[in-house]
Design a protein around this ligand. Sequence first.
Ligand SMILES: Nc1ncnc2c1ncn2[C@@H]1O[C@H](COP(=O)(O)OP(=O)(O)O)[C@@H](O)[C@H]1O
Ligand SMILES: [Mg+2]
Length: 335
Amino acid sequence: MSAPLLELRDVTAELPVEGELRPVLRGVGFSLARGEVLGVVGESGSGKSMLARAILRTLPDGARCGGEVLLDGVDLLSLGGAALREVRAQRIGMVFQDPRAFVDPLWRAGAYVTEPLRVNHRLGREEARAQALRLFGDVGIVEPERVFRAYPHELSGGMLQRVAIAGALATDPDLLIADEPTTALDVTIQAEIMAVVQELSRTRGMATIFVSHDLDLAAMVCDRVLVVYAGAVMVEQPTARLLEAPSHPYARALLDARPRVDARLPRMQTVPGQPASAVRAPEGCPFHPRCAYAVDRCRTAALTPQEVRPGEVTTCVRLQAGELPTLKETRAIVV
Ligand SMILES: Nc1ncnc2c1ncn2[C@@H]1O[C@H](COP(=O)(O)OP(=O)(O)O)[C@@H](O)[C@H]1O
Ligand SMILES: [Mg+2]
């Protein structure tokens, strides 16, 4: 196997909350190969955006970060300002939840692609324009010329997100980080945008981190999924395995909370109990107060990821000890 493009080792982050540094990321580790699409899934407040921002080194002011974020073996956490700006400009593309929050209403859509091309790749005006129109085509914009000249308010949310993706791809990045890129969009548009991201990852050999609170959506496009809770990776599994035999009670609960077509069973939309905020997580396994399988030692045992099968890493001490051969659907128990 070739060396991973991206590897996180024991990444921690602390943020100042009410005058005190509190953990938001707890020992996050994973690796990502070129061409692979990795999902990061968890409830709101679980630290998904902080994880994306730790990789880009754009955590809020006063944050403290530890561990290593290796991009082709180079630790981004130890880079100086100029080298870091270069990596961000040339090697990593970023797409956010609400495209309107990130566009300047006075810029025409085309500029989101031509600017990075002209600044970072030093292309001339005409060359940049031609390249932008090609990229608009790649992201499924059917009237690239019209969209190129349009102002943001003249475009729908879905169209604007396609423009934002084209902008993120302009410098042909090795890594794309998409943080809830479709959350602000209609369901039908979501699937179209996701198909674009997946296709581009494959054809360009680009590694993609897809952040979402929606496990179904992540499962549609990701090869592998990390399920995060309270700033920690609870389980990492290939997508098909995760759906079939999740290796963590929290992942089981997320699966069971999905809306179902089959209405014979009572329908539950959420995992029971309050999500633990990353900054106020309990001792031991942070999920233990909501876990149908928790025993005494879950309250105290340190969170230690362990590979239980090839490519399958869990922090659940009971699964690690082989005490839970199969996690049954919790629906029947908790309703
Ligand atoms: N600027 C900030 N200062 C302090 N805490 C923050 C800040 N932004 C987010 N948090 C806290 O960090 C945790 C993780 O947030 P976030 O990564 O945005 O979650 P997610 O993206 O999974 O919804 C949450 O508990 C949130 O309240
Ligand atoms: Mg977020």
